[in-house]
Design a protein around this ligand. Structure first.
Ligand code: NAP
Length: 289
């Protein structure tokens, strides 16, 4: 298994990387389990991506995470794709198996685990409205479809991208998926028949914390569950508004921890200490305030 490798080196590639929370989260988990693994950030420029992946192999790295802007672009450079990554068309975790690079997507299962374990949300028979159609929205839509949601609507600024995601999901799963524009009147109508609202737009993310998707408080019934994939700040304006309306709320912290936990298991073969990872994440976020 990967643990026997000489170098227990993993990391994250993206550009620009900014201050990623994954290195402290994983390093705390390795330390807690006494594993000789180290997680390092690798800000790799687009023109250096191919060389970067060759470097990963020649350094005998165990693997890495992949973040913006490479989750989709990286696919042609990989040797094998896990079935989930193939469906989603996006990779956030690479495992180096004897020089063969395998691509996985753990964002999808990370979101699902958070929704089910952190919130106890019962997905079967529900309808969702998803704001956005980017990489994170793809992870959410495929996760909900896999878990047996009855239907969902994907609302996006660029209609074609939302429609493409709707078609992709329906190509694999029997649930009804529609696309619509990110436009107030349409959102109001679509929300009236949904039990779950998931924001995957970066609106409201630090440092632009005043940002907000075009949702009005009076559209939010207390029976609605509102998820925002943003974890910094822990409570976006959307979540604050939803909480005031009596909705159940969930931020992106659990998704971040659980996607990391699954990557951790792929690299080390061991269960990740999720409570340690979550505590470090909270501490890091508090430090950034
Ligand atoms: P992405 O692939 O770049 O997609 C961004 C989406 O937001 C697209 O649908 C885009 O619409 C839309 N958008 C961007 N700016 C907008 C604006 N000003 N007005 C309206 N729509 C706008 O990004 P992503 O990877 O999906 O990430 C999205 C968010 O999810 C980020 O906040 C990220 O931090 C979060 N995330 C969290 C986790 C976690 O573990 N919690 C994991 C992944 C992502 P167009 O298609 O029209 O451009």
């Amino acid at each position: 298994m990967v643990k026997d490798k000489i170098s227990g080196l993993v990391g994250i590639i993206g550009y620009p990387l900014g201050h990623s929370l994954s290195p402290p989260m994983h390093n705390a988990a390795f330390k807690h389990l006494g594993l000789d693994f180290h997680y390092v950030p690798f800000p790799i420029k687009p023109e250096d991506l191919a060389d970067g992946l060759e470097g990963l192999k020649s350094l005998n790295m165990v693997g890495c995470n992949v973040t913006i802007p490479y989750k989709e672009h990286i696919i042609p450079f990989l040797d094998q794709l896990d079935v989930e990554a193939k469906m989603l068309g996006a990779v956030n975790t690479i495992v180096n198996r004897d020089g063969m690079l395998w691509g996985y997507n753990t964002d999808s299962s990370g979101f699902l685990r958070s929704l089910v374990e952190d919130l106890g949300f019962n997905i079967a028979g529900k309808k969702a409205l998803i704001l956005g159609a980017g990489g994170a929205a793809r992870a959410v839509a495929f996760a909900l479809a896999k878990a047996g949601i009855e239907g969902m609507v994907i609302a996006n600024r660029s209609f074609g991208k939302g429609q493409k995601l709707a078609e992709d999901v329906q190509g694999y799963y029997p649930c009804r998926v529609q696309a619509c524009l990110l436009e107030p009147q349409t959102l109001k109508e679509r929300l009236s028949s949904a039990q779950l609202l998931v924001n995957t737009l970066p609106l409201g993310m630090y440092p632009h914390v005043e940002g907000m998707p075009p949702i009005q408080p009076e559209w939010l019934e207390p029976s609605l569950t509102v998820c925002d994939l943003i974890y910094n700040p822990p409570k976006t304006r959307l979540l604050e508004m939803a909480e005031k309306q009596g909705c159940t709320i969930l931020n992106g912290e659990g998704m971040l921890v659980y996607q990391g936990a699954e990557a951790f298991k792929l690299w080390t073969g061991q269960e990740a200490p999720v409570s340690i990872m979550r505590n470090i994440l909270k501490q890091e976020l508090e430090r950034q305030d």
